[in-house]
Design a protein around this ligand. Sequence first.
Ligand SMILES: Cc1cc2nc3c(=O)[nH]c(=O)nc-3n(C[C@H](O)[C@H](O)[C@H](O)COP(=O)(O)OP(=O)(O)OC[C@H]3O[C@@H](n4cnc5c(N)ncnc54)[C@H](O)[C@@H]3O)c2cc1C
Length: 450
Amino acid sequence: MNKTRSHVVIVVGAGPAGMAVTSALAKAGHEVIILNRDIKFGGLAEYGIFPAKLKLRGGLKKQYWALLEQPNVHYFGNVSVGIGKDLTVEEVRGLGASAVVFTVGAQGTKAIGVEGDTAQGVYHAKDVVYHFNRLPGYADRPFEMGNHVVVIGAGDVMVDIAHWLIRYKKIERVTAVVRRGPAERKYNPKEIRAICANMDLDRIKQEFDRIRERLIAVGQSPDLVLKELLDEFTTCEPKVSETKMDFRFLASPKRILVGDNHRVRGLELEDNKLERKGDDVVAVGLKRFEEFPCDAVIFAVGDKVDETLGLPYKGGMYVTNPHKTGNEPDDAMFQAYDESAGQVVEGVFLAGWARKASEGLVGVAKRDGDWCAEVVERYLATKTPGEDISSVLEKLRQKLREHKSYPVTVQGLRVIEAAERAHPGDPTCIGEFKFASNHEMIRVIEQASF
Ligand SMILES: Cc1cc2nc3c(=O)[nH]c(=O)nc-3n(C[C@H](O)[C@H](O)[C@H](O)COP(=O)(O)OP(=O)(O)OC[C@H]3O[C@@H](n4cnc5c(N)ncnc54)[C@H](O)[C@@H]3O)c2cc1C
């Protein structure tokens, strides 16, 4: 790319999607400024992917470090964008960059919306995942689990949480409560290997007997589905606890049962049947209710985006341009859109889980970032480059000083990385050692003499 056509682009969020956008635009010769809420980069690659998956996490970290070492990539961690945060969306847009790409992930929390959901012992999966991944703000918060935990959901996040409960918390029992049937389970069979040694096979077989007729009613063979489910339990990681895991299929949580001290004592479940709807199978409530005792309930049912960010928002998502352009990838899908004005938000783009909450693995977020970068490139090609990088950086630093923010640059990240590696370890930490608070990370930066 001819340097005179080089633009300044701001990417908000340094997860897999933001890093993909940054990589593509930096490679094309543009100057990229990254603003990231967390001190560390990586998003859910740092604070979501199970901490014991060292190979996957290590590989991503290596790639991201190499990217941040590029001279045309400028990283500012510990900078949150949003209403009442370090910078508002309008302030970011006013810094003079040619485009701003939001890759902030899905930070909003879906309302649980059942009676009793404020009881102690009711948690959102994201918070629990952030807790055991030691995200500052969550690492030190108590998450009381008790002996028997219900996890609502049938996807990979349910499995990750069961993994933590079984192998690290070593509680008595984990029950996955699943709205539809066993054939509709969503988790990756590879992921179940971490916990299948703890499966309570007798209970699972009894559960199949209980729902047998309801599976047959939609043309499913209970014996075949059971065989397929059990076949996935053949290559299990060694058992390290006596925790038992089972499933409760065809059940929807209707009410949290609250006991003394406002703590969970159980769940009211409604029995469901299955009905065919086109190619899909849906759950339909049977109005048969049952009390199911447990000590904690974790809802692993996906997330939505953070509506307080300040971008046009509707129904759990940021609004994107409804008018398709016919390009491949379609520019409209990545353009923020103001419905009240009936036009795109000029120069503002979305990618990754910020565009489609809780959609897919790292590879999907990366591909979304790559596509978004193509769309941004097309947009930049129609524009004359605006302010140069030093002027945009100066304005950014000035604003952050005014707001008394404490941005952490790559230099600071290197200090944290070295201190974490040198740390003797911490028994509460799974995988590699991580500081549990911003305060500790900032202290090591301040103690280091640059
Ligand atoms: C529990 C769990 C386990 C997973 N395990 C795997 C796995 O094993 N393998 C796999 O491939 N995928 C896994 N995934 C999926 C993968 O993590 C996601 O696909 C991917 O991280 C989404 O990338 P993203 O960049 O869109 O969002 P995120 O990873 O969420 O990144 C968002 C970034 O934006 C920043 N941010 C947020 N709000 C703001 C703000 N207001 N201002 C500035 N910055 C902000 C955050 O600090 C973060 O760095 C898992 C996901 C979860 C939830």
